[in-house]
Design a binder for this molecule. Structure first.
Ligand SMILES: [Zn+2]
Length: 202
């Protein structure tokens, strides 16, 4: 009986790992695996090394949950930043978008997402408890909520401001200039700058 030709186990393993990534189906996973097999050896190894370095060296800041190679992150450990203002965002990329404007010099707090019960994201899955603790320390004067301008972002904003206001801190939300349903991180600089400047008290 002729032996059946099977996909090598090593290749199958890579396909399996790729198909666990968001938005990658089995077909794309195998296409990527074949693509990597055809890469020059150094290039393929560079990819695996960069993933290893990411896993080993990049972590979340224990204060603001920014992604960082040093803990606390450069923003949290910079005494030159305004220690009385804090912008609350959903994801690290939102923070980088605001940093890119170059106009904001306060602190940040990254929630790690937005409240979305239909997707199984409850308030306790986000860094809201840690945010409350930071505000309780009493140095923050104003919290600027900069969640995304969509349904989940709105729900999250309302939820947080209800918790924060009794703590005696001023709570503002960035202006509505951003296109509804969009993602903060993809807003252009001018729009984002205007949204930040035109923030209103919650
Ligand atoms: Zn930090």
């Amino acid at each position: 009986m002729a032996s059946r030709n099977k996909i090598p186990e090593t290749l199958e393993r890579v396909c399996d790992e790729f198909s666990k990534l968001p938005g990658i189906g089995k077909k794309t996973a195998s296409r990527l695996a074949f693509y990597i097999m055809n890469l020059p050896r150094e290039e393929a190894l560079r990819l695996s090394e960069s993933i290893e370095a990411l896993v080993e060296n990049v972590r979340f800041c224990s204060k603001c949950f920014n992604i960082t190679e040093s803990d606390p992150c450069p923003v949290c450990s910079d005494p030159g930043r305004d220690q009385e203002v804090m912008v609350v965002v959903e994801e690290p990329n939102d923070m980088f978008a605001i940093e890119d404007i170059g106009e904001y010099h306060g602190l940040y707090h990254i929630l790690g997402g937005a409240i979305a019960p239909l997707d199984g994201v409850e308030p306790e899955d986000l860094h809201i408890r840690e945010l409350i603790e930071r505000i309780r320390e009493g140095t923050i004067r104003e919290v600027i909520i900069a969640t995304n301008p969509n349904a989940e972002g709105d729900v999250t904003s309302v939820y947080i401001s209800k918790l924060l206001k009794p703590l005696g801190v001023k709570v503002t939300r960035i202006a509505r200039g951003l296109p509804t349903g969009s993602d903060l991180e993809f807003a252009d600089k001018t729009t984002l700058k205007k949204a930040l400047e035109g923030r209103t008290e919650e």
